[in-house]
Design a protein around this ligand. Structure first.
Ligand code: NAD
Length: 427
């Protein structure tokens, strides 16, 4: 990732500023991450050799509460990428009115190349390195790309060893047996499904007549694909890092999910089976998936998937950003001019952090909720905020992304001003 990812992310803020009254001081604060940590993590490999991995944690803003954000394990992880993701988390938590600021972490590694034991040593080493930077009232990590509940369990255990105190609220997305929440594993996809349902009703698109393509068949993408298929939408294409599959009549999503589960290679916990291995469909590339003539496109893999290079090929009418930052700001402008409706990441994928918040609340109160309670509370919150953002977008005739940033900016601005700004002291 280059520096441009963060610069690009910041452009969204500039556009939203026109629609809110926010002090210059507050805006100045929001231009910079509050704190960034880069660490070197030594790991003893299975063959006895020593490898040093680079890790990061960025707390972008914690005015509204402790930092909150996932940890990504990927060869492309860089400080710039982590900073951009922490920036998005700040706005996402404000959109959902969660009492959190924004943070993110990452390790530059290809986790598929590590054994399970190497992965555990790396994960525990990461917590050793950042332990003073995180905590239940400081900054709370969670899963992101190529991290999962098992890794969150190691994080919680390692942090508790360091503090000599069981501290479940230091990390969310844990296994249920270690204080995880019901519904956290499916929360991002479930939240996205509630947002899609709410918006498609406004666009007057009945499920049975709506075709969908989903890029990325991981934690977020596979759940949203399955929920959409169950609700009657015709999911015609899905993909993973190896490529995609397409069937005009619609794919049998539950069986594809089962296939992915069954073929999961145990090497380092990651799924080695690709959706490409399933028969009775046409094989397509990720580029072809993005260019399909479908009603709804759901990018649910990584950032920068729709750029100036391929935006002209996009034919979908509605795009729901389940991944973080899948569309560049330059591509956004082209999509807007073409009349393609984009529902932004800071709303569409906010289900994950919302249930992470529920998990944190449950850990601190010692009272645990049923799956029904979790999903009910998630639906209530995310549908209400979708409606609020829709209203702003209609009032000002602006895209949902600008409306979502304006909405979050208002909340952030009020909190920053209440802390003390030039206006505050002048009056
Ligand atoms: P994951 O690791 O479970 O799955 C990622 C999926 O993307 C895998 O199927 C992988 O094969 C696929 N993929 C990777 N590179 C690809 C490529 N170039 N083209 C197509 N597919 C590719 O990760 P996840 O948790 O589902 O996260 C996916 C996106 O959703 C990320 O942008 C993440 O930041 C975002 N997100 C996740 C959560 C969460 O709770 N997991 C919450 C909010 C946002």
């Amino acid at each position: 990732m280059s520096e441009s990812l963060f610069a690009d992310a910041s452009k969204r803020l500039a556009r939203a500023m026109k629609y809110v009254s926010i002090s210059d001081d507050a805006l100045e604060y929001l231009k910079y991450p509050k704190a960034s940590l880069t660490v070197s993590i030594p790991v003893r490999m299975d063959d006895g050799s020593l490898r040093i991995f680079q890790g990061y944690r960025v707390r972008y803003d914690d005015t509204r509460g402790p930092g909150k954000g996932g940890v990504r394990y990927h060869p492309n992880v860089s400080l710039d990428e982590v900073q951009s993701l922490a920036f998005w988390m700040t706005f996402k938590c404000a959109v959902l009115n969660l009492p959190f600021g924004g943070a993110k972490g990452g390790i530059t590694v290809n986790p598929k190349e590590l054994s399970k034991l190497e992965l555990e040593r790396l994960s525990r080493g990461y917590i050793d390195a950042i332990a003073d930077f995180i905590g239940p009232d400081i900054d709370i990590p969670a899963p992101d790309v190529y991290t999962n509940p098992t890794i969150m369990g190691w994080y919680m255990n390692q942090y508790s060893i360091i503090r000599r105190q069981l501290t479940p609220a230091v990390v969310t997305g844990k296994p249920l047996s270690l204080g995880g929440s019901m519904g956290r594993d499916t929360a991002t996809g479930t939240g996205a499904f509630f947002v899609i349902e709410t918006m498609m009703a406004k666009f007057d698109c009945p499920p049975q007549q709506t075709t969908v393509a989903v890029q990325g068949f991981g934690n977020a993408g596979s759940v949203v694909a399955e929920l959409l298929a169950k609700a009657g939408y015709k999911v015609v294409a899905v993909s993973d890092s190896q490529g995609g599959i397409y069937a005009k009549k619609g794919l049998d999503i539950p069986s594809i999910r089962r296939y992915k589960e069954a073929n999961k290679g145990l090497q380092a916990l990651y799924c080695e089976g690709s959706v490409c291995n399933i028969v009775e469909h046409e094989i397509i590339t990720n580029e072809q998936l993005l260019a399909l003539d479908v009603d709804v496109l759901v990018p649910a893999a990584l950032e920068n998937q729709i750029t100036e290079t391929n935006v002209d090929h996009i034919k979908a009418k509605y795009i729901f950003e389940v991944a973080n930052g899948p569309i560049t700001s330059a591509a956004d402008r082209v999509l807007e001019a073409k009349g393609i409706y984009v529902i932004p990441d800071i709303l569409a994928n906010a289900g994950g952090v919302t249930v992470s918040y529920f998990e944190w609340v449950q850990n601190r109160s010692g009272m645990y909720w049923s799956l029904e309670e979790v999903n009910q509370q998630l639906k209530r919150k995310i549908v209400a905020e979708t409606e609020n953002i829709w209203k702003i977008s209609q009032e000002h005739a602006i895209p949902m992304r600008t409306a979502a940033y304006a909405y979050a900016l208002q909340r952030l601005g009020e909190a920053l001003s209440a802390k003390g700004t030039r206006h505050y002291y002048a009056s």
